[in-house]
Design a protein around this ligand. Structure first.
Ligand SMILES: Cc1cc2nc3c(=O)[nH]c(=O)nc-3n(C[C@H](O)[C@H](O)[C@H](O)COP(=O)(O)O)c2cc1C
Length: 196
């Protein structure tokens, strides 16, 4: 179904999903501020972890989160950039399943701009001299020095290609899938209702 023939209800549903994601950027405790990101591990099995949503532009369908460039997830996305993200907004009774291609930004303008947005508390998480996942004798406070932290910092941008929404209403459940080929969310190349 082309966008031109997409019924209003489908468009409104897509708008609601995108709005929920946008709102999460500005509400510290919004449920969609934390998303579960899945990648493919070295053994081919799925690996998941939570990340904080740091950016979302509904006009380009790009979302951003931050990590340590040495983290397993970054190594995995370097090998296979396909990423799947999952969120559940209990207030809206809405599940979002998102997928797209990740690009890693280490030393470019985007990474600089993202770094400039970060607060001290986040910066300190990138200051370890050893890689994330390295064995410790005991839990250790974050390192104070932040010089190395910028070097370790990585902004991950996911260009969304598919968005699936599931709303658990009282009387009915609504599930729809939207696929995008270009970067214009106003023009999904496919918009369909699905059996939940
Ligand atoms: C609520 C929450 C938010 C998190 N946010 C991030 C994040 O934004 N970036 C990140 O790299 N790790 C974040 N983490 C830690 C990851 O979930 C994960 O444990 C860690 O990054 C190691 O993942 P990896 O070995 O797959 O790279 C968060 C964890 C929780 C519980």
């Amino acid at each position: 179904m082309s966008d031109a023939s997409a019924p209003d209800a489908l468009r409104l549903f897509l708008d609601a999903g995108l709005a929920a994601l946008s709102a999460a950027l500005h509400e510290h405790d919004a449920p969609l501020r934390t998303l579960d990101v899945a990648t493919t591990g070295p053994d081919g099995a799925a690996r998941q972890r939570n990340v904080v949503l740091r950016g979302f532009d509904r006009t380009t369908l790009r979302l951003r989160f931050h990590s340590d460039r040495r983290a397993a997830k970054i190594v995995e996305m370097r090998r296979d950039p396909r990423a799947s993200l999952l969120g559940w907004d209990a207030g809206r009774r809405l599940q979002l399943r998102l997928s797209g291609d990740a690009s890693l930004h280490l030393d470019d303008e985007l990474a600089d701009a993202a770094w400039n947005e970060t607060k001290e508390a986040e910066r300190r998480t990138y200051g370890w001299s050893e890689v994330p996942g390295h064995v410790l004798a005991a839990p250790t406070p974050f390192p104070a020095a932040i010089d190395a932290a910028r070097h370790n910092f990585c902004a991950v941008v996911v260009q969304l290609r598919e968005l699936e929404l599931l709303e658990l209403g009282r009387d009915t459940h609504r599930r729809a899938r939207f696929r995008f080929k270009d970067e214009d969310p106003a023009r999904p190349v496919e918009a369909r209702w699905l059996i939940p």
